[in-house]
Design a protein around this ligand. Structure first.
Ligand code: SAM
Length: 265
């Protein structure tokens, strides 16, 4: 077993068939600008580098940097940013066009990392990520499902979500306790709904799902009046998990128009 640091969410891929499927799904081409998050020992880094000739990676664990650089040397040009992906400015890499992000992500920080990335979606062509299956279920969920929540609404506002294939725990070393899923996220070129102010959408959706069992009228108290909820063509007695992205956009626009300070608070 490889030395693995739990605090860095390290579960290394060891199944060659899965690694091959990942690379096929990403379909890297020479000249494309790929950026891998958390390369670890290079399970997907090296095949991607072979296909592209050049690759940038963001890795937090400094002990992994030298061995990875040594392994990559004969294959292609590997640029290693030894930094925290949660703080990394991905837009700074997109000087010559959009980047393609790839990663078997550290599951302990996957939700904040996804939010950090989608906020930079304008600089990203697509993202291929290994995640906990439960997180992918939540990202892809539609209104009315128990998995539908803040993550579903916000990710679907920024991206098309395409779950690709399931990956069993035994494909990793050490073996995680959860099932995994490989997913493709493609940022929309045009937003799917009209949102006047993204901060208003963020505030409204966070507040709406803060108490799932309550009606919108109750959870949105302080942000929107019953009349303003109705003006967004939404039933104030509905529960947050039944509200579509279009309705959340309309509610956010009501908030932005009627109560702009609240969206910043
Ligand atoms: N890509 C490798 C593989 O598939 O075998 C490793 C995947 S492992 C699940 C997650 C990787 O992300 C580890 O290499 C870990 O050190 C790195 N990592 C953890 N937290 C990070 C962070 N905040 N920023 C960048 N990399 C991080």
């Amino acid at each position: 077993m490889m030395r693995a640091r739990k605090r860095f969410g390290q579960n290394f891929l060891r199944d060659p068939a899965i690694i091959q499927r990942i690379v096929q799904s990403v379909n890297p081409k020479p000249g494309q600008h790929l950026v891998e998050i958390g390369p670890g020992h290079g399970a997907i880094t090296l095949p991607l580098l072979k296909a592209c000739g050049r690759l940038e990676v963001v890795e937090l664990d400094r002990d992994l940097v030298q061995p990875l650089a040594a392994r990559a040397q004969a294959i292609g040009e590997l640029v290693i940013h030894q930094q925290d992906a949660l703080r990394f400015d991905f837009s700074s890499l997109a000087h010559a066009g959009r980047i393609r992000a790839v990663g078997n992500l550290p599951y302990n920080i996957s939700t904040p990392l996804l939010f950090h990335l989608v906020e930079q979606a304008g600089y990203i062509e697509d993202m291929h990520f290994m995640l906990q299956k439960e997180v992918v279920d939540r990202m892809a969920a539609k209104p009315g499902s128990g998995d539908y929540g803040r993550l579903s609404v916000m990710i679907q506002y920024y991206c098309d979500v395409a779950p690709l294939f399931r990956v069993p725990p035994e494909s990793f070393d050490p073996v995680p306790k959860v099932d995994s899923m490989f997913v493709r996220l493609t940022p929309w070129r045009e937003p799917p709904v009209n949102v006047q102010d993204v901060a208003s959408l963020t505030t409204l959706v966070r507040q709406a799902f803060s108490q799932r069992r309550k009606t919108l009228r109750n959870t949105l108290k302080g942000l929107l009046t019953t009349q303003q909820i109705e003006d967004a063509n939404t039933d104030p007695a509905a529960r947050p998990e039944t509200i579509s992205l279009e309705q959340y956009a309309a509610l956010a626009n009501q908030l932005h128009t009627n109560n702009p300070q609240a969206a910043r608070g």
